[in-house]
Write a protein that binds this ligand. Structure first.
Ligand code: NDP
Length: 446
């Protein structure tokens, strides 16, 4: 990074102490920006970097609720409304015990550029709470969601800020959040939240969109190298919304997914993951993967201390959480014949791992490009809500695929333009950034 980027990065670190994931996300983008600043001195004169790194608004609030034993519980809720130069704030909400301001800021920062890449009119935001839905009853989850929204609703609106799901927030939670918003405002404002159920304003394909989109991106990477996903093997980490639908779509492309994981470990199924059984175990029974392994003849849980990334595969799709694939994992994967990596999760590969992939010439699709299908389909849900319409599955999936193919092309073209052909990280960062930077300048110092 050049001197000016280093200086701005140091200021970010000083102003946001202890927020390691946020620092990492900023650094990753900054490392691509030197040639952009050289070509566009007005970005520096207009303090664009500083303006983009400072969130427009950060909301932190108490979330009080009562558990099934009648005991009061207190959690902390967050919403970081990061940048609205391109449209209303848009980004998911995460419920996980690890959530703190640094995680929400890293996700919100990434979201700005991801949303920009979709070409749709959406700004960047992210939210969450340090609440752990696992092991909680239906009633407890509902009361928590209602309390969370009781504070957050005043900051939302279809033209202001539109949340969606993320880790720990699926269709059930979106229902409780929207229900409480509707009750508090006395408005059926469908466009205020996305990921809704199909009978009350949701869009077909939204549930599948992030995982499907990541596989469309992987297919484009393969095509750009004159090959295809057909006949390859893959590992997909996680077994939640993104992972399950990535596994489903990989199978449609003829790719055999032989492993997936959850927070208790990973399962290796040489016959290929049975996606219907996986849905039954993880989405319906909300059980552990050990249940999946018990019901499949040739599946076994990974040994203690082993990693899903030890398994030899040609495609790796990390779809669980940040920094889950490190340098050692990357070296193992490369040694075992890896060809492609597609990030379904946000920032799942560490900077060291990305360097290993890059040196080995692996096709690497970064999250802000490869997992943009979720937010893109959220924007399609907003379009349907605004026109009181609902589109067919086929039409919506076609739109999703077009958007992902467009993002892939933009990344490649930008990488070419800046003299680094095939560097999707550089292409995504520069293309995502320049669009936001131009809008920030155009809107004046506000
Ligand atoms: P889910 O909650 O549906 O699933 C998350 C999965 O990852 C679960 O299998 C969970 O295990 C596992 N997991 C979560 N945290 C950890 C951890 N610390 N260690 C190991 N495993 C973990 O979330 P999503 O599928 O929605 O999100 C997954 C990733 O994709 C996140 O990075 C998210 O930000 C990103 N993403 C999601 C989008 C969406 O539309 N949902 C859009 C774009 C990105 P367990 O079952 O044991 O809890």
């Amino acid at each position: 990074m050049d001197e000016q980027l280093e200086r701005t990065y140091d200021v970010v670190v000083r102003r946001n102490p202890g927020e390691a994931e946020f620092h990492q996300a900023v650094r990753e983008v900054f490392e691509s920006l030197e040639p952009v600043l050289l070509r566009n001195p007005h970005y520096t004169e207009g303090a664009v970097l500083e303006r983009i790194c400072e969130p427009e608004r950060q909301i932190i609030f108490r979330v009080p609720w009562v558990d099934d034993d009648g005991r009061p519980q207190i959690n902390r809720g967050f919403r970081v409304q990061y940048n609205s130069a391109l449209g209303p704030y848009k980004g998911g909400v995460r419920f996980h015990p690890s959530v703190y301001l640094g995680i929400v800021k890293f996700l919100g920062f990434e979201q700005i550029f991801k949303n920009s890449l979709t070409g749709l009119p959406i700004g960047g935001a992210k939210g969450g709470a340090d609440f752990d839905p696992r092991g909680r009853s239906e009633g407890e989850v509902m009361r928590f969601c209602q309390s969370f929204m009781t504070e957050l609703y005043r900051h939302l609106g279809e033209y202001t800020d539109v949340p969606a799901g993320d880790i720990g927030v699926g269709g059930r939670e979106i229902g409780y959040l929207f229900g409480q918003y509707k009750r508090l405002t006395n408005r059926y404002e469908s466009g205020v939240i996305t990921g809704k159920g199909l009978t009350w304003g949701g869009s077909l394909v939204r549930t599948e969109a992030t995982g499907y989109g990541a596989v469309f991106f992987a297919a484009e990477m393969a095509k750009a190298r004159g090959t295809s996903l057909d006949g390859l093997t893959a590992s997909v980490s996680g077994s939640g919304n993104v992972a399950i639908h990535a596994i489903e779509k990989f199978a449609q492309y003829g790719t055999k997914v032989v492993a997936c994981s959850d927070s208790s470990g990973f399962v290796h199924d040489e016959d290929g993951i049975d996606v219907d059984l996986l849905k039954q175990v993880k989405l319906i029974e909300r059980a552990r993967l050990t249940e999946y392994a018990a019901r499949r003849p040739n599946a076994r849980m990974g040994d203690e201390g082993a990693s899903i990334w030890d398994i030899p595969v040609q495609v790796a799709a990390p779809c669980a959480t940040q920094n889950e694939l490190d340098t050692q994992h990357a070296e193992n994967l490369v040694k075992n014949g890896l060809k492609f990596v597609v990030e379904g999760a946000n920032m799942p590969a560490t900077p060291g791992a990305i360097e290993v992939f890059s040196k080995a010439g692996i096709g690497f699709g970064p999250g802000k490009a490869a997992n943009a299908g979720g937010v893109a389909t959220s924007a399609l849900e907003m379009q349907q809500n605004a026109s009181r319409d609902s589109w067919s599955f086929e039409y919506t999936e076609e739109r999703l695929q077009d958007i992902i193919e467009g993002i892939h092309e933009t990344c490649l073209e930008t990488a070419d333009e800046y003299g680094e052909p095939g560097n999707y990280v550089l292409g995504a960062n520069i293309a995502g950034f320049t669009k936001v930077a131009d809008a920030v300048i155009a809107l004046g110092v506000i």
